[in-house]
Design a protein around this ligand. Structure first.
Ligand code: NAD
Ligand code: 0WE
Length: 263
């Protein structure tokens, strides 16, 4: 083994639960790989049987990684996940929530046309799930534990078609602040990364996404798109002890796009 690979990583010996791996392009997968490189022991979850095979073959690329099912819209599955983890790990140091969902029909047209059920579903899967996971896993987190979720600028600016997801991300960012305040006294930190558009499965399903990527490349200060690996590097910082003084924060990893006033 070379000298470098013997050096302690930034999250050496920490135990990390990562939700939201669906494909090789998932932001969660980039984060999982980065955490593993830096010495963390991982547990990944998959949403359903349809994704299980794919996530399992990814998990096998990170030796020692544990795979568990979790549909975050199901209280029973969250509770089982927490029981399973507590039976095998005495402590959870890192929780990554990289999960969002809205019905496809809610991600086009006018926000004013959002259905009651479409609103409920987007808020349940994309926002409440973070609250439920923090509550279920709080008993095994403590001083030095760090929670991270993924958000998008559509929470604070109107991005055409992002619609109910924008409202959900606004609630998610507010949740990050309330959760930080609740869990801070135990030394648990809660933060978000606001990523620029990244070419993932979820994103590619969106009409006009390629045009959005192009626009960002033209006007963002860094003149390029955000890559999952850049998000993962910022995630590593927030999830490591380097960010021990940071909680309740939204960190932009978007080539600087969010600072612009006229695009
Ligand atoms: P992705 O499709 O790879 O990941 C989304 C994940 O959500 C999938 O793994 C899917 O299985 C999971 N999910 C959906 N419903 C679920 C449920 N009921 N239970 C459990 N898991 C469920 O796409 P991604 O782009 O990597 O998205 C990850 C996160 O990053 C999301 O929160 C997304 O809003 C956010 N984000 C994405 C971008 C982008 O442009 N791709 C930009 C900013 C923020
Ligand atoms: O958060 C997201 C996407 C989340 C997402 C994507 C899908 C596509 C497939 C949630 N639910 C679904 N439901 C599906 O059926 N992003 C930040 C990427 C994204 O999505 C957009 C964007 C951007 C950027 C939708 C409209 C406009 C811009």
């Amino acid at each position: 083994m070379g000298v470098v690979s013997c050096m302690a990583g930034l999250v050496e010996g920490k135990r990390a639960l990562v939700l939201g791996v669906a494909s090789e392009r998932s932001i969660a997968w980039a984060i999982a790989q980065r955490l593993a490189q830096e010495g963390a022991t991982l547990a990944l979850t998959y949403q359903n049987e349809r994704l299980e095979r794919n996530v399992r073959s990814l998990a096998e690329r990170l030796p020692g990684t544990w795979l568990l099912p979790c549909d975050v819209s199901d209280d029973e599955q969250i509770s089982r996940l927490s029981q399973e983890l507590q039976s095998r790990w005495e402590r959870l140091d890192i929780l990554v929530h990289s999960v969002a969902f809205a019905k496809k029909e809610e991600l086009s047209g006018r926000y004013v046309d959002t259905s009651r059920e479409g609103f409920r579903l987007a808020m349940d899967v994309s926002v409440f799930s973070l609250v439920a996971l923090c509550k279920a896993l709080e008993p095994m987190m403590g001083a030095g534990s760090s929670v991270l979720t993924l958000t998008y600028l559509g929470s604070e600016r109107v991005v055409p078609n992002y619609n109910v997801m924008g409202v959900a991300k606004a609630a998610l960012e507010a949740s990050v602040r309330y959760l930080s305040n609740d869990l801070g006294p135990q030394g648990i930190r809660v933060n978000a990364i606001s990523a620029g558009p990244v070419n993932t499965l979820a994103a590619r399903a969106i009409a006009g996404f390629t045009t959005m990527l192009q626009r960002v490349r033209e006007v963002a200060p860094l003149r390029r798109n955000t890559e999952a690996e850049e998000v993962a590097d910022a995630a590593l910082f927030l999830l490591s002890d380097l960010a021990r003084g940071v909680t309740g924060e939204v960190l932009y990893v978007d080539s600087g796009y969010h600072i612009l006033g006229m695009v």
